[in-house]
Design a protein around this ligand. Structure first.
Ligand code: ATP
Ligand code: MG
Length: 433
């Protein structure tokens, strides 16, 4: 026996009927983005490694240990499977000079890759949907993009999703805070775990984000970035909160909220739920006014977020909001293979009118028979279709096809059927809608 091949660990197949939930979420997002005038962008899954190293920051979890990087086997170019899509969007915007005529509102959906330990809500290939508004400095766009995410939870019927907000200020303010933070952490060096010690001089802000319970007290009384913010940063933040207030969106200011990537400044935020265990952040984002120039574009302000599709879908099913799997309107029963050409022609006409039709097919070649009526009815019932069309020899001889309602009836081949003339089947089908 040949060894059975399986998917790469942490990378999942998305199969029917679960894939219906993915499609439904994607459709909801598309419609919502249109209402906010965000347009779709699709960038390559592979990008130059330098884009992420420069964009996300060298001492971030992602760049330090989570990237799938490889060398192009022909020219040795350093490439990486995208771990996130903001850097790619920014590269594309700069490359194609998209901000030439003013700001742009964009959204994307697609797979991302991070070499993490697979667990609930954490995969090596996972999917994000993201929104990015580039070329706008105003707090109203921070508010708009946050309200957009909130509108999505509402649209999906999700409950118990809360918003946390913080401001990371501007680079100069962070520098002052950083110095104070390093001083404080150094004075308490004995309480730092190994990772914190390693990060002390490279990325001390991330230490505040530690999940180590032994360091909580230390982190709790560390110098707060908020206290180092200047007037302009504070004003931006209060404009954002005022607009959220005006829209009745509740939030909690979390002075310890930092994000995994270095590119953020001013507003940062996360949407969090308690219903998913440890992986409770379903969406995160913020402002990144310096990223575009960081990757070689013309400086422009920007703000965005990304949500984790797997986590949102899990929350949807957790809250009993899962999409019903798709079912056909009609199942076509074909007692004799000789009728197949006519069957196909009739079904094409139904489909052209928007009716969903599943044709009965047997596992073997047509000559080997279509299967018993009993087994065909069983399949018809299992398909979830509301009606069966029976292309029986006797009916076809009269220029008709039999129609049988499958819904709410016991499987019984002999149950009353109505006849429809073949040339009127399409208009009969219209009445199904
Ligand atoms: P976490 O703290 O959970 O590692 P993160 O800060 O690394 O999240 P972001 O880079 O901000 O996550 O990505 C935005 C969203 O994408 C997250 O809030 C989460 O919903 C989702 N996400 C991130 N990494 C994964 C993963 N490995 N598997 C599934 N979803 C993920
Ligand atoms: Mg992470």
């Amino acid at each position: 026996m040949v060894e059975k091949l399986v998917a790469v660990k942490g990378m999942n197949d998305i199969l029917p009927p679960a894939s219906a939930g993915w499609e439904a979420l994607e459709e909801t997002v598309r419609a919502l983005m249109a209402r906010y005038a965000y347009r779709n962008i699709r960038t390559p899954i592979v990008e130059p490694t330098a884009l992420f190293v420069r964009g996300l920051g060298e001492v971030t979890d992602i760049v330090e240990k989570e990237m799938y990087s490889f060398e192009d086997r022909l020219n040795g170019e350093a490439l990486t499977l995208r771990p996130e899509n903001t850097a790619g969007v920014v590269r594309a915007v700069a490359e194609h000079n998209l901000l030439y005529e003013g700001g742009k509102r964009l959204y994307y959906m697609g797979p991302m890759f991070r070499h993490e330990r697979p667990q609930r809500g954490r995969y090596r290939q996972f999917h994000q949907i993201g929104a990015e508004a580039l070329g706008f400095a105003g707090a109203e766009v921070d508010a708009e993009i946050i309200l957009l995410a909130q509108a999505l939870w509402q649209e999906l019927g999700l409950k118990d999703v809360r918003l946390e907000l913080n401001s990371l200020g501007e680079p100069a303010e962070r520098k002052l805070h950083r110095a104070a933070l390093i001083e404080y952490l150094e004075a308490n060096r004995d309480q730092l775990d190994e990772e914190a010690r390693r990060r002390l001089h490279t990325n001390p802000l991330r230490i505040l984000d530690t999940k180590n319970p032994k360091m909580q007290a230390l982190v709790e009384s560390a110098p707060r970035l908020m206290d180092f913010l200047g007037e302009a940063s504070l004003a931006h933040f209060s404009r954002v909160t005022a607009m959220l207030d005006a829209n009745g969106l509740a939030y909690r200011i979390n002075p310890r909220l930092v994000r995994g990537m270095d590119y953020y400044n001013l507003t940062v935020f996360e949407f969090i739920t308690e219903s998913l265990g440890a992986q409770g952040t379903i969406c995160g984002g913020g402002r990144y006014d310096y990223l575009i120039e960081q990757v070689g574009g013309k400086a422009a302000p920007a703000v965005g977020w990304a949500l984790g599709v797997e986590r949102v879908l899990e929350l949807i099913s957790e809250q009993g909001l899962a999409t019903a799997p798709a079912v056909p309107d009609v199942y076509a029963i074909v007692p004799e293979a000789a009728a197949l050409p006519l069957v196909l022609k009739t079904l094409q006409a139904l489909r052209a009118r928007g009716i969903s039709v599943q044709m009965h097919s047997a596992a073997g070649a047509a000559g080997e028979g279509m299967g018993s009526m009993k087994s065909q009815f069983k399949k018809a019932d299992g398909s979830g279709a509301r009606h069966a069309l029976i292309f029986g020899e006797v009916e076809l001889a009269q220029g008709c096809v039999a129609v049988k309602s499958l819904r709410g009836e016991k499987l019984d081949v002999a149950k009353a059927q109505t006849l429809q003339p073949l040339d009127a089947v399409a208009s009969w089908a219209d009445s199904l809608r």
